[in-house]
Design a protein around this ligand. Structure first.
Ligand SMILES: Nc1ncnc2c1ncn2[C@@H]1O[C@H](COP(=O)(O)OP(=O)(O)OP(=O)(O)O)[C@@H](O)[C@H]1O
Ligand SMILES: [Mg+2]
Length: 270
């Protein structure tokens, strides 16, 4: 079986700093891969590389067996969609217009397709519990509402590979679960999902496999129960915590050992 994505030896350098360092992994059809790692570890850079927003310094990315950069832009937009949330603000658009941009990323817009595209946009928003935002001004939405709309835009592109950079940031627990449930079902329908997350429990509970980056290198990869551990929290995140697994679901209970900051350490901010 041809893997959906094969990342082999990808290195990204920005000036003198190596941000991704020889990253190797693959993702199969129907899988949800969670990309974890501390701030600045390279998660967004990895997703941007697969989305072709940046061209890696070295290494290769194969998408359905073909080098990512061999696809034309139009071909690629039919295969890979990406939610990389640095939406340029400053211009006014309705929510549905943003979601429709997802539809139009994959096909030229003809007037007779408009009705079908509106149905696609509505379904994407509906799945994310955001249909009530349909006619709202995007720039007046809350951060969480904006995030849901950008996810809907990505889903509306209807690609086989979906990349999402921190899709559940800003979302309340109900909507975090809703997004992850939608991604799981899309994976069951045969799509391949790569999602970066800071929510370790959620990543563990919903992803088939996890990949952990630290300073641009993969430091752990595999099934959630083999990846999320007290050692990982200590060595990668610098956090002392107890990790408990209970029942047959994959949600760990992560109990941090609280570390108070002594009052004497706060000098100027008093
Ligand atoms: N265009 C750029 N030029 C220079 N350095 C960059 C550029 N883009 C990212 N970096 C640096 O690369 C490193 C990795 O950034 P990246 O955004 O991939 O991290 P991340 O894992 O997504 O972090 P976070 O969890 O905070 O989103 C950071 O140190 C960042 O400052
Ligand atoms: Mg990031």
């Amino acid at each position: 079986m041809v893997c959906s994505i094969v990342v082999s030896g990808v290195t990204v350098r920005f000036e003198s700093s190596v941000v991704l360092d020889g990253v190797i992994f693959s993702v199969n059809r129907g899988e949800v891969l969670g990309v974890l790692g501390p701030n600045g570890s390279g998660k967004t850079t990895l997703l941007r590389s697969i989305a072709r927003a940046i061209n890696p310094t070295s290494g290769e990315i194969l998408v359905f067996g073909r080098p990512a950069w061999d696809y034309t832009e139009e071909e690629y937009s039919k295969v890979v969609s990406a939610m990389l949330p640095n939406w340029p603000g400053g211009f006014s658009m309705k929510t549905y217009e943003i979601v429709l941009m997802g539809c139009r990323n994959r096909s030229r817009n003809f007037w007779w397709e408009e009705e079908e595209e509106l149905e696609v946009a509505k379904e994407a928003l509906q799945l994310l519990g955001a249909l009530d935002l349909f006619e709202r001004d995007f720039d007046k939405l809350s951060s969480g509402e904006q995030r849901k709309v950008l996810i809907a835009k990505s889903l509306a592109q209807r690609t086989n590979i979906i990349l999402l950079d921190e899709p559940v940031a800003y979302l309340d627990i109900k909507h975090k679960l809703e997004v992850m449930n939608v991604l799981r079902t899309l994976a069951e329908l045969g799509k391949t999902v790569v999602v970066s997350l800071h929510e370790l429990e959620l990543a563990s509970g919903y992803c088939d496999k996890l990949l952990v980056l630290n300073r641009g290198k993969i430091v752990a990869a595999g099934e959630p129960r083999s990846v999320i551990s007290e050692d990982l929290l200590r060595e990668v995140y610098g956090v002392e915590a107890e990790v408990k697994w209970d029942g047959d679901h994959n949600y760990p209970l992560i109990i941090p050992k609280t570390k108070k900051i002594p009052k004497e350490e706060i000098v100027c901010l008093r």
